[in-house]
Design a protein around this ligand. Structure first.
Ligand SMILES: *Cc1c(COP(=O)(O)O)cnc(C)c1O
Length: 237
């Protein structure tokens, strides 16, 4: 299958999953995760209509953005950039200039550093709180029981806006095994939505990857992060 066909296939599946769960199918955002994907393939995806790009590493994203600008004709609006991987505090300065949304905020010190750097860059940055809902020790993210307190703490900061939550389900063969994890995070999302802390809005629920994105949308995700299903199996660096 060509990339444009895979893109259409995924959009179709997202549409059906959204309809099934009573969500507005137009409101589901597809982020193409481009870690290790060569820039010419990313450019092809953008030309085929992909408007959101996700990266795991700040340096790699910086480099790719510059290359993309030189490849794509000027009439293409630049894609939106998402940081989906863990952010090291010493990379925050670059991250706040590059990314439109940081998905991986899981502690107050990190939020504070983003806030400080965003202020320095004259921006207010959109962030998501990453929740480790499966309890796997290897995963980033704050525990489900800590999210409300973290959101409240972060609501004091004036240069970040919490737009929602992000989670990753444990890797498993069966996409159904992700369902309870997604459902748990959706419940947290609903609970946070009623709090009305300043600058904390529940608008974006980022969950679902190549193998479980339809399950995620059925459980309420309105943003999915897809790498392999769109770009093919991992490309060698
Ligand atoms: C790699 C990655 C994805 C995409 O994973 P695929 O299995 O390639 O779809 C999504 N989210 C995060 C945080 C990732 O690191």
């Amino acid at each position: 299958m060509k990339l444009a066909d895979r893109l259409n296939y995924i959009r179709d599946s997202l549409y059906k999953a959204a309809e099934k769960s009573g969500q507005n199918p137009e409101a589901v955002t597809l982020v193409g995760v481009t870690k290790s994907v060569p820039v010419d393939l990313i450019a092809e995806a953008v030309r085929s209509g992909l408007s959101d790009i996700g990266e795991n590493r700040v340096q790699e994203a910086l480099k790719k953005r510059e290359e993309l600008i030189s490849i794509l004709p000027p009439e293409y609006p630049g894609p939106r950039w998402h940081l989906v991987g863990h952010l090291q505090r010493n990379k925050t300065k670059h991250a706040v200039r590059l990314f439109d949304l940081i998905h991986s905020v899981d502690s107050f010190p990190l939020a504070e550093e983003i806030d400080r750097r965003a202020e320095g860059a004259g921006r207010v940055l959109d962030i998501l709180l990453e929740v480790n809902a499966s309890g796997e020790a290897s995963k980033q993210g704050c525990g489900p029981g800590e999210v409300e307190e973290l959101a409240q703490e972060i609501s004091r900061l004036t240069h970040v806006v919490v737009r929602g939550l992000m989670t990753m389900a444990p890797l498993a063969k069966d996409p159904e095994s992700s369902r309870p994890v997604f459902s748990k995070v959706k419940t947290l999302y609903n609970r946070l939505a009623v709090h009305r802390f300043p600058r904390v809005k529940m608008e974006i629920l980022s969950m679902g990857m190549s193998q479980d994105y339809t399950v995620a949308v059925e459980e309420g995700a309105n943003l999915v992060r897809i790498g392999r299903a769109l770009f093919g199996e991992r490309h060698v660096r």
